[in-house]
Structure formats: structure tokens, C-alpha cells
Design a protein around this ligand. Structure first.
Ligand SMILES: Cc1cc2nc3c(=O)[nH]c(=O)nc-3n(C[C@H](O)[C@H](O)[C@H](O)COP(=O)(O)O)c2cc1C
Length: 211
């Protein structure tokens, strides 16, 4: 039987979790980023397609490549964060369906013939996987700072070889420009005193209905 998590866990993941812009000078290890991926990957996606791709920028050099794409208000918080994740999506995600969804062999072809469905599915599910990343990060004791204030085309050109012939990239999903950025998320340990007061949320009545 599943049980409701303790309030302490719910507070850490939801009620007390804030969007951070100020960061403590405390590193995030590559092992923790691996652990983060190994948790978030279990979140559900359409046909188990798992279209999100993640680039973890954790060196000064990597951050500098991102800088020109950032909205001015997002520069300082991103440059000082221990890690910035680019949450992206692979428009060729369906090529992995034979592995990820083996009980339905026709699924690859359904996507291969319908670029609009591919785009819609990749965006929707990579956004979900980005949310799983935020929840998993908080469960692991990390703080997050998600951002959409950046130039997607610049990020795609710089990190995903949009429009370029790029032989020799390590990750199999980098070449040929079929990976697109969705949003960014700073990761680290937040500097609590730098937080603004928490803004309210909609009540159940304002946001939900029971039919
Ligand atoms: C997808 C997404 C994009 C966001 N983009 C930005 C951004 O570009 N710059 C920024 O300062 N905050 C950004 N935010 C932060 C939101 O304003 C913040 O999460 C929200 O106000 C809730 O704050 P809280 O978690 O502290 O309650 C973004 C959040 C999300 C989820």
C-alpha cells in the first residue's frame, strides 16, 4: 500500500520550495546530477517516448557560452548558480520508441509520418520532464530557478548545432540540429535571505472544479 508522504517531505518538495535567484557557494557534484537524472527519468511521458534531453552546464566556460542568449535579468543568477540545466527536446525522439515502447512496434512510424504530432508531443512531454526535474531536484535537497527568459534560437545554435554540420560531438543527440531548447533551470543551494516574499497561488475554487 502506498502511503501519503510525511509533511516534512511535502514541505520540502512543494510548500517551502521556492524559486531561487541567489546561490550559496556550495558545489553540486556530477554524481548528484546523475542521481537527479536517474530519478526524473521515471516520470511518465506519452508512449514512454522520453523526448527531453538535458545539458548540465557546470563550468565557467560552459556558462559563458550561454551568456549571450540570456535575458539581462537572468544573467547574474545564472552565472552564479553552480549548475544550469538546459531542458531540451529531441525531434527524433521517436527513433528510440522500438527500445522504449517495444510492445507497440507501429508507434515509431506513426510519429515518423507526422511532424506536427512530433513537435507537439516533444514539447508537451519535455515540459513535463522539466517539471519532474524540478520535483526530483527538490526531493534530493537541491534548489531550482527555472527560466524561460532567453533566446531559444541562440541556445539551439550554440549547444545543439542548429543549422550546422557538426561531426564529433560526444552526445548522440547533438549533431544535425534536431534538438531544441525548451527552458533553463538553475540548480544549487539557494541563499534564503535573498528571496522575495512568497507570492500567493490561486485557491482550489479559482483554479479547479469538481464535476
Ligand atoms: C517555465 C518557467 C519560466 C520562468 N522564467 C523566469 C525567468 O525567465 N526569469 C525569472 O527571474 N524567473 C522565471 N521564472 C520563475 C517564476 O517567476 C517563479 O517560479 C514563480 O514566480 C514562483 O515563485 P516561487 O517558486 O518562489 O513561489 C520562471 C518559472 C518557470 C516555471
Amino acid at each position: 500500500m502506498r502511503k501519503t508522504l510525511e509533511d516534512e517531505a511535502l514541505n520540502q518538495i512543494f510548500r517551502d520550495a521556492r524559486t531561487h535567484s541567489g546561490w550559496l557557494d556550495k558545489p553540486v557534484s556530477d554524481e548528484l546530477l546523475q542521481q537527479l537524472y536517474d530519478l526524473l527519468k521515471w516520470g511518465p511521458t506519452s508512449a514512454n517516448g522520453s523526448p527531453a534531453r538535458f545539458v548540465f552546464l557546470r563550468t565557467k566556460e560552459a556558462k559563458e557560452r550561454l551568456r549571450p542568449a540570456l535575458a539581462p535579468g537572468n544573467v547574474e543568477k545564472t552565472m552564479t548558480a553552480p549548475v544550469t540545466a538546459i531542458i531540451a527536446y529531441d525531434l527524433l525522439f521517436f527513433e528510440k520508441l522500438p527500445k522504449l515502447f517495444p510492445h507497440s512496434p507501429g508507434m515509431r512510424d506513426i510519429f515518423a509520418q507526422n511532424p506536427q504530432l512530433v513537435e507537439e508531443t516533444a514539447r508537451r512531454n519535455s515540459s513535463l520532464q522539466g517539471a519532474y526535474l524540478i520535483i526530483a531536484a527538490r526531493a534530493l535537497g537541491l534548489d531550482c530557478g527555472p527560466m524561460s527568459g532567453f533566446d531559444n534560437a541562440k541556445v539551439d545554435e550554440e549547444f545543439f548545432a542548429a543549422g550546422k554540420d557538426c561531426e564529433g560531438y560526444e552526445q548522440e543527440f547533438f549533431p544535425a540540429g534536431h534538438v531544441k531548447s525548451n527552458f533553463l533551470c538553475n540548480l544549487g543551494y539557494g541563499d534564503e535571505p535573498k528571496l522575495f516574499p512568497r507570492a500567493p497561488r490561486l485557491s482550489f475554487k479559482e483554479a479547479a472544479t469538481l464535476l
